[in-house]
Design a protein around this ligand. Structure first.
Ligand SMILES: Cc1ncc(COP(=O)(O)O)c(C=O)c1O
Length: 452
C-alpha cells in the first residue's frame, strides 16, 4: 500500500486528506487546489438546495451542480425510483435485449419534444420524436451530428462563436473556445464553421448572412446552436434570432440541431428553451437535468428524420454503447420528469427567474463592477467588468471564491470567467434567491473596494 504524506493540519482536515489523495492519484489536470485549503470544497452529501462538505460545513448550491439537480439534489422520489430499479434490473443490453423503461422514456421524450403541435417551423407530419440514448451530454451532440451527416450526406456543420458542445473528438470540432481545442487541433478534422452568436438585431442579420454564405460555399448539413449559450457566458441571442434561424435553416435545407443539454427540462422557464421562442428544431440534444444525477443523455430527432437517417437495425447497430438506455437512468429520468411536471418547475423557474433578474439588477445598478445581468428563467449571468478597480487582475474567480466563503456554491462562465452564473435547482426559495443577491452585493463591495 502506498503511504501518503500527512496533509497539513488545516481548518478542514478531512477535506484536506481527500484532496491530498486526489493530488496523488487523479490526473493533475482535473481539480485545481488552492494552497490555503479554501478551494475546492469536498462534497460529502447533498439534499435539495443544500450541500455539506467532508468536514460538515453547509452550503447552498447556486449551480444545481452543472444544472443537473433541477428538481433538487437527491430528490427523494427520484432516488427511490433509482433504488427500486437497481433491485430489479441493474443493467440490460442496450442495443440487443432492451427493457421496458427505455421504451417508456423514449415515448415520454417524444411527447415533451415533438409531441405538442402548433409551433412555428415544424414541417407537417411531425409530432413524434425518436431517441438515441447516450451517456453524457457531448455524446448526445455527437449522435446528432452523425444523424445530420447520415440524413443529408453533408459532413459540415455551422456552429457559433462562444459555443460549448462538450469535449469528445466529434463535438470538440463544434466547441469554439481555443483553450479546449488547441491542444488537440492536430487531431480534429475541422468540419465546423463558426459565425458570431448575435446579441443585437444588426448582429443577427450579419450572422444570418454569414450562414447563408457558408451554406453556399461548403457542404453543410446542420446548424448547431445553444438557445442560450451556457458556458460561453449565459448569453441569450438577439430577440427573434432563433425564429429567423429556424426559417433560414429550412430554406437552406440545413438540419437545425438544438443543444439543450444545459437549457433543457425547465431551466429557462419552459420545458425547452426552443419552446419559449416558439420554434422546434429538427433534433434536440438533452442531458444534465434529464435524470437528476445519473449519467445519461439523449438525442431526440423528428421521427421521419431519424428513420430517414438511420438504417433499420440488422443485428449490429452502427451507433451504440455498452450502457445505452441504462435501466437505472431511465427509471430516474421518468421520475425526474414527473417531478418537474407535477411541481410545475418550468413555471416556477420563469417566475422566480424574473424576480431574480430584478433583484440582481438592483445589486448591479449602483456597482460599477457589474457590466450586465442577463438570462431567462433560472439561467442567469452576472457579467463582471474583467478588471478590478486597479485595472489588473480578473475578478470573476475572486467573486466565486468570495461567495463560497459566504456559503454559496457558484461557477464562473465565459471565456475569461467573467460571468457569475446563477443556475440553482429550480426548487430554490424566494428567500434563498434574495439571500444570494445580498451575498453577491457584499462580496462585490469587498472586492471592488480593494479588500482581499
Ligand atoms: C450546452 C452543452 N452541451 C454539451 C455539454 C456537454 O455535456 P457533458 O459535459 O455532459 O458531456 C455541456 C456541458 O456543460 C453543455 O453546457
Amino acid at each position: 500500500m502506498i503511504k501518503l504524506p500527512r496533509p497539513h493540519p488545516q481548518l478542514k482536515p478531512k477535506s484536506a486528506a481527500i484532496l491530498e489523495e486526489l493530488r496523488h492519484f487523479e490526473s493533475q489536470n482535473i481539480v485545481q487546489t488552492d494552497a490555503d485549503g479554501r478551494w475546492p470544497i469536498v462534497w460529502q452529501r447533498a439534499q435539495g438546495m443544500k450541500v455539506w462538505d467532508a468536514d460538515g460545513a453547509e452550503y447552498l448550491d447556486a449551480t444545481a451542480a452543472f444544472g443537473v439537480a433541477a428538481a433538487g439534489h437527491a430528490n427523494k422520489s427520484v432516488v427511490r425510483a433509482g433504488r427500486k430499479q437497481m433491485g430489479i434490473l441493474l443493467h440490460a443490453m442496450g442495443d440487443v435485449h432492451p427493457h421496458a423503461g427505455k421504451a417508456a422514456l423514449a415515448r415520454r421524450l417524444s411527447e415533451l419534444t415533438f409531441g405538442d403541435p402548433g409551433l412555428k417551423g415544424v414541417p407537417t407530419g411531425t409530432g413524434r420524436g425518436k431517441t438515441i440514448f447516450c451517456n453524457s451530454g457531448f455524446e448526445a451532440v455527437e449522435a446528432a451530428l452523425k444523424t445530420a451527416c447520415l440524413a443529408t450526406g453533408k459532413p459540415d456543420v455551422i456552429a457559433f462563436e462562444g459555443a460549448y458542445h462538450g469535449l469528445g473528438y466529434g463535438c470538440l470540432n463544434a466547441t469554439h473556445r481555443t483553450f479546449f481545442r488547441a491542444p488537440f487541433e492536430s487531431q480534429l478534422r475541422g468540419f465546423a464553421h463558426f459565425v458570431p452568436f448575435p446579441s443585437t438585431e444588426d448582429g443577427a442579420a450579419l450572422s444570418l448572412e454569414k450562414i447563408t454564405g457558408l451554406a453556399k460555399r461548403h457542404r453543410v448539413g446542420a446548424l448547431l446552436f445553444e438557445p442560450i449559450q451556457g458556458r460561453g457566458g449565459i448569453r441569450p441571442p438577439a430577440k427573434g434570432f432563433l425564429s429567423a434561424l429556424r426559417t433560414l435553416s429550412t430554406e437552406l435545407g440545413l438540419l437545425l440541431v438544438a443543444d439543450e443539454v444545459y437549457t433543457g427540462f425547465g431551466r429557462t422557464g419552459d420545458w425547452f428553451a426552443c419552446q419559449g421562442e416558439g420554434i422546434k428544431p429538427d433534433i434536440y440534444c438533452l442531458g444534465k437535468a434529464l435524470t437528476g444525477g445519473f449519467p445519461m443523455s439523449a438525442c431526440v430527432g423528428r421521427a421521419e428524420l431519424m428513420d430517414h437517417a438511420w438504417p433499420l437495425a440488422s443485428g449490429e447497430a452502427i451507433h451504440t454503447s455498452t450502457f445505452l438506455g441504462h435501466p437505472v437512468g431511465c427509471a430516474m429520468a421518468l421520475r425526474q420528469i414527473g417531478e418537474i411536471a407535477s411541481r410545475n418547475l418550468p413555471k416556477r423557474a420563469r417566475d422566480l427567474g424574473n424576480a431574480a433578474i430584478a433583484e440582481l439588477r438592483s445589486v448591479a445598478s449602483n456597482r460599477p463592477g457589474v457590466a450586465a445581468v442577463r438570462g431567462r428563467g433560472l439561467m442567469i449571468g452576472v457579467e463582471l467588468q474583467r478588471r478590478d478597480t486597479h485595472g489588473s487582475s480578473p475578478i470573476g474567480m475572486r467573486v466565486v471564491k468570495g461567495l463560497l466563503n459566504e456559503g454559496w456554491i457558484v461557477l464562473p462562465e465565459g471565456e475569461h470567467a467573467e460571468v457569475i452564473a446563477f443556475t440553482p435547482p429550480l426548487i430554490i426559495s424566494k428567500q434563498q434567491m434574495k439571500g444570494f443577491a445580498s451575498s453577491l452585493a457584499r462580496v462585490l463591495d469587498r472586492i471592488l473596494s480593494g479588500l482581499p
